[in-house]
Design a protein around this ligand. Structure first.
Ligand code: ADP
Length: 556
């Protein structure tokens, strides 16, 4: 049953819906009207009781010297029951396991399953040249030169170079030459060599022609929960690393920061449509029943050994139902994992709700890579709060400002100013700066900086106004230490520096959670330093110093 395909009897309003159109293998359990746990219980009991019965009969026959092949009616019935229950249990528990050995990777493992093939072809083919541009001289062999001509003429699609040549670097070189020829513009300055193009094939970037270099600076040590971290930040914004580093210094000199993980769960929210609002509400109530939720959890968790369903929050808009699934995903950021689980559940629900029309696996109620109140309020990824008390001495000596000046600025800028601007999760000075720089350095999805930068910065004078308590509360930091760009050499080196590279074997999920805490700790440092600079009136001066070096002035 293909749950994500539009029902064939109805017209599809949009062919661009992001869907998996491959049929999934039916399970024996699909045919039964009973809840999953009851069906499993019945077949387990049947299997073991008839097996016991048959063994007993067998023993009696051996004792009485009766031939084993002479069967009574009850024995025949028992054998039929044994075979039937065995087939059911194998279908339910065994097929996926066996298939994982004998077949190609599962459709759900294919990261391109959400891309329509038509779109891919459109995106990947280079249009024929018009008008012809002068050829930029490149030092290519005759063979490669000929291949460039064939790509330029459209005879060889650019996207097929890797599979055709079996050499990713050579494919990138030829594609790069073809692009330069087609556009008549040089890519000199964009490096090509010294990059492992095999490592990005099929998972990080299609049709590469080189790579962009972004410098990585280190802020720290950041003293967080009693441990020191050197925080890698990839950025081209002068001042950013220096400023975060100054914040780290102030935190360190004041005894460190404390960070607490409040919640950890990735979300995905499909949208489904019913013939009536009443039917949509029936599914909502069905899901809210704890017994049904338990059954759905079993189905969901089969997607991965790390996926554990935590909750399903539903919202209705007329006949349409949005189901926001939240689950833990171990050390993965988890978008693929949660999507697989959701797909399993939708397939399962189609048995009881055959009139459910799955419009899309993502209905934007998730909400991924868009500013949305649901993330700000409910959280997504790691929800973290981080705090520190900075002594008045450090405020004046390191941050060059005053406690009262900082508290007043925070009230009028981060709280009142953001409220005046109608901010959504933007009650901070520049959380996105630190989040993005760490995301790029550690191979996170930079587009998720949108919700990951949601942050409210609070400042309060404490100890009779001598010291300042500062906190950042960040409900949706979306990070992982496995999957995506985290496995690339440079990014995994930065994760290694933080001690969170790859999967945590002892406690799956601990690495990604620690990375979330470090992000919040670094944001705390960044907030402290930038707010101090603004409070002391130093912002423009320091940017002039770090962003406009003498070299730049000389050029101007
Ligand atoms: P994402 O959902 O973030 O895109 P994927 O689900 O594609 O990530 O990648 C995670 C992969 O890593 C899965 O195949 C999972 O089985 C594997 N994995 C290995 N160890 C872990 C771990 N500790 N936590 C999460 N996933 C892990």
């Amino acid at each position: 049953m293909d749950v994500v395909r539009r029902r064939p009897t109805k017209p599809a309003p949009s062919d661009k819906v992001v869907v998996d159109r491959r049929p999934s293998s039916p399970k024996a359990s699909d045919a039964l009207p009973l809840p999953l746990y009851l069906t499993n219980g019945i077949f387990f009991t049947l299997f073991f009781s008839v097996a016991y019965f048959l063994l007993h009969r067998w023993r009696d026959k051996i004792r009485n010297s009766t031939p084993l092949h002479v069967l009574t009616l009850s024995e025949l019935a028992a054998i039929v029951c044994l075979i039937a229950s065995f087939i059911y249990l194998l279908g339910f528990f065994g097929i996926d396991f066996v298939q994982s050995f004998i077949s190609k990777p599962d459709a759900d493992d294919d990261p391109q399953r959400f891309i329509l093939h038509e779109d891919r072809n459109v995106l990947c083919s280079i249009p024929p040249p018009s008008p012809p541009k002068p050829k930029i001289p490149l030092n290519l062999s005759d063979d490669d030169d000929e291949l460039v001509d064939r790509v330029v003429s459209g005879e060889i699609p650019s996207y097929s170079l890797e599979s055709k040549l079996g050499d990713c670097l050579r494919a990138a070189r030829i594609r790069r030459a073809a692009v330069q020829h087609l556009t008549g513009r040089s890519l000199e300055g964009l490096p090509l060599e010294a990059f492992d193009y095999d490592s990005i094939l099929g998972q990080c970037c299609e049709m590469p022609v080189g790579y962009v270099q972004i410098p990585v600076g280190i802020a720290g040590p950041l003293l967080l929960n009693g441990c020191e971290y050197s925080v890698p930040m990839a950025t081209t914004e002068g001042c950013l690393v220096a400023s975060t580093n100054r914040g780290c210094k102030a935190i360190h000199a004041s005894g460190g920061a404390t960070c607490v993980l409040l919640r950890d769960g990735m979300t995905r929210a499909p949208v489904v449509r019913f013939p009536s609002a009443k039917r949509a509400s029936e599914l909502k109530f069905f899901i809210e029943d704890p017994i049904n939720f338990e059954t759905l959890s079993v189905v969901f968790n089969r997607s991965s050994r790390f996926a554990r369903l935590q909750s399903i929050k539903s919202a209705i808009a007329g006949k349409n139902l949005y189901l926001r699934f939240t689950c833990s995903t171990g050390d993965a950021m988890g978008m693929n994992m949660v999507s697989k689980g959701v797909q399993n559940v939708l397939e399962f629900l189609q048995n009881d709700f055959p009139d459910m029309d799955v419009i899309g696996i993502s209905g934007n109620y998730c909400s991924d890579k868009k500013p949305a109140a649901v993330n700000w309020i409910e959280g997504r990824g790691k929800s973290v709060v981080c705090e520190a008390t900075i002594s008045g001495d450090v405020v004046s000596k390191v941050l060059k400002t005053t406690v009262s000046g900082l508290v007043e600025l925070n009230m009028l800028k981060n709280l009142t100013g953001s409220a005046m601007a109608g901010a959504l999760g933007g009650f901070n000075a520049h959380a996105a700066n630190i989040v993005s720089a760490i995301f790029i350095a550690t191979g996170q999805d930079p587009a998720q900086n949108i919700e990951s930068s949601h942050c409210i910065t609070m400042m309060e004078a404490v100890n009779d106004g001598k010291d300042i308590h500062i906190s950042v509360t960040m409900p949706s930091i979306e990070v992982g230490t496995v999957g995506g760009g985290t496995q690339l050499a440079s990014q995994s080196a930065c994760l290694n520096l933080l001690g969170v590279k790859g999967a945590n074997k002892e406690s799956p999920g601990a690495n990604a959670q620690l990375l979330g805490l470090v992000v919040a700790g670094a944001v705390l440092a960044g907030e402290l330093s930038l707010m101090s600079a603004i409070s002391a009136g130093q912002l423009v001066k320091s940017h002039m110093k770090y962003n406009r070096s003498q070299k730049n002035f000389a050029k101007n």
